[in-house]
Design a protein around this ligand. Structure first.
Ligand SMILES: [Zn+2]
Length: 509
């Protein structure tokens, strides 16, 4: 395996050098490439979808879900109070990539794009002097990557890492790929739901497919993970793909790779199956929320165990990727980041993340930044936001921070910011109107305010709020909005001021 720089890459790199610079005839090692680049280090952002910080042992969870991250934390800056911009893929990913809150980019409805005025306000544009690569397993995130495509040098097609995307299928159904893909996914579903549509499949294809499926059945006895619509994938293949490709990316690169696990359906590989489902650890039994979906404690505990097993799978694959980044020398000249677009919740009667509530398991996500060559660990406990991440990566690679960014530079690269951290849920709100049905979370120091506006459950035009001291009560068991009235009204006033400000451009729209 050649871990050096390809000729094409070298030429691209050399093109960036001042005239008169005499390049060595061969550059074999990435160390040399790094020298040529000066401070222009690569950036690799790895996102695992729906990865809650509440369920990882690195942050004190009761199950050992992240043995690899626990170990790698000694070489990373770990953010213990890092918050997503939204509560599901569309707003969460859009906030990450645009460095703005959902009330600005307006991608808060299901499968939305950002508004037109934000199309070019994205991190890919800001890294325009880098080779920019974007990939996601998640169709909702892919809508955004497609929207930002003109600022991405290589937008890798989502299907690239789906099992249904296979050369043979394309050869067999060259003129009708849709049929091939649909048939494939329906055939896969047959085993799960007991129906089949195989009218279009040739016998050759059937044979081939049976063999291929059989090989996955051993690795995935409970079925393959998929992105709901039948896009089946195996995480290890996605990691293998990146490990193979990354040494060939023209440098310096900015790569955003967004994997679907540990997102539902929780279908970990065989070695992670049933690790937690029958263990003795019991999750806290929290009272049902006003927005309960009426799942029982037992149902939620079981879903949580499968989710935790998916996290264990993710942790193992990230560990494998990290080892490879290290042995190939990439780590020496690359900022590597692990994060998520939002979390996941299995408590208070609620399962998943599409809910008006914004409790910690849904909004608090992992963030680990591995500086090039970093060998000691650092911990950051101040509250930080998804809109800060790309802002910081631009800063540390010597780029200007675009004026539209709503993020701050993260500590330790700047002193901690004292601005509030926000997460916004506005899934049913009109994009062109002020927020009238929404949930807004505001974290100020140790206090967290959750403000609900306009939901039927609170009387339509009504409002409701909760206040938690997340330092003393990280599980959010005591709503102190009535016992700490002064704090609550002070924070509420701030939040409403902000809301008024962000709603202003949409007034009378
Ligand atoms: Zn997501």
């Amino acid at each position: 395996m050649n871990h050096g720089l390809g000729r094409r890459d070298f030429l691209k790199l050399a093109g960036l050098l001042p005239i008169g610079f005499v390049a060595p005839p061969l550059v074999k090692k990435l160390g040399a490439a790094s020298l040529l680049q000066g401070e222009r280090k690569n950036v690799l952002v790895i996102l695992f979808d729906s990865f809650s910080a509440s369920n990882i042992s690195l942050h004190g969870y009761g199950r050992k879900t992240t043995p690899n991250l626990d170990k790698l934390a000694r070489r990373a800056t770990v953010y213990f109070n890092h918050y997503a911009g939204g509560n599901y893929t569309t707003p969460g990913t859009a906030s990450l990539l645009t460095m703005t809150h959902p009330w600005s980019h307006r991608a808060f409805r299901f499968a939305a794009e950002v508004v037109e005025s934000y199309m070019d306000k994205n991190v890919f544009r800001a890294f325009e002097d880098y080779h920019r690569i974007g990939y996601t397993h998640n169709p909702l995130a892919n809508i955004l990557l497609s929207q930002f495509q003109r600022n991405i040098d290589e937008h890798v097609p989502m299907e690239k890492l789906f099992i249904s995307d296979d050369g043979l299928i394309r050869d067999l159904f060259a003129k009708d790929e849709d049929i091939a893909t649909v048939s494939w996914s329906r055939e896969m579903k047959r085993s799960e739901y007991g129906y089949s549509y195989s009218l279009f499949l040739s016998r050759l294809y059937e044979k081939y497919k049976e063999r291929k499926l059989a090989s996955y059945k051993e690795r995935y006895p409970n079925g393959l993970p998929n992105t709901n619509g039948g896009n089946y994938y195996a995480l290890e293949e996605g990691i293998d793909w990146l490990m193979d490709e990354i040494t060939e990316f023209p440098q310096p690169f900015f790569a955003y790779v967004h994997y679907h696990p540990p997102h539902f359906p929780y279908k970990p590989r065989i070695e992670f199956n049933n690790i937690f489902v029958n263990d003795l650890w019991k999750p806290l039994n929290k009272p049902d929320d006003l927005f309960t979906e009426e799942n029982s404690y037992e149902t939620l505990a079981k879903a949580r165990a499968y989710y935790d097993e998916s996290i264990l799978n993710v942790d193992s694959e990230f560990g494998r990727l990290f080892d490879r980044l290290e042995s190939s020398g990439i780590l020496e000249n690359t900022w590597v980041v692990l994060t998520s677009d939002h979390g996941e919740m299995q408590e208070r009667g609620i399962s998943g993340h599409v809910t008006p509530t914004l409790y910690q398991p849904i909004v608090r996500v992992p963030l680990m930044i591995f500086e090039p060559g970093q060998l000691t660990g650092r911990e950051v406990h101040t509250p930080t936001s998804a809109v800060d991440l790309m802002t910081t990566l631009l800063h540390v690679t010597g780029h200007d921070i675009p004026a539209w960014s709503e993020g701050s530079i993260l500590p330790p690269y700047a002193p901690p910011s004292d601005s509030e951290v926000f997460t916004v849920q506005a899934r049913r709100n009109n994009v062109e109107l002020p927020l009238t049905e929404a949930t807004i979370m505001q974290v100020s120091g140790k206090y967290k305010l959750i403000y609900y506006l306009g939901y039927e459950q609170i009387g339509g035009a009504g409002e409701r709020w909760q206040l938690f001291d997340i330092e003393a009560d990280p599980e959010e068991l005591n709503d102190i909005s009535t016992t700490k009235k002064d704090t609550a009204s002070e924070l509420l006033e701030k939040l409403k001021f902000k809301l008024k400000e962000v709603n202003k451009p949409f007034q009378g729209g």
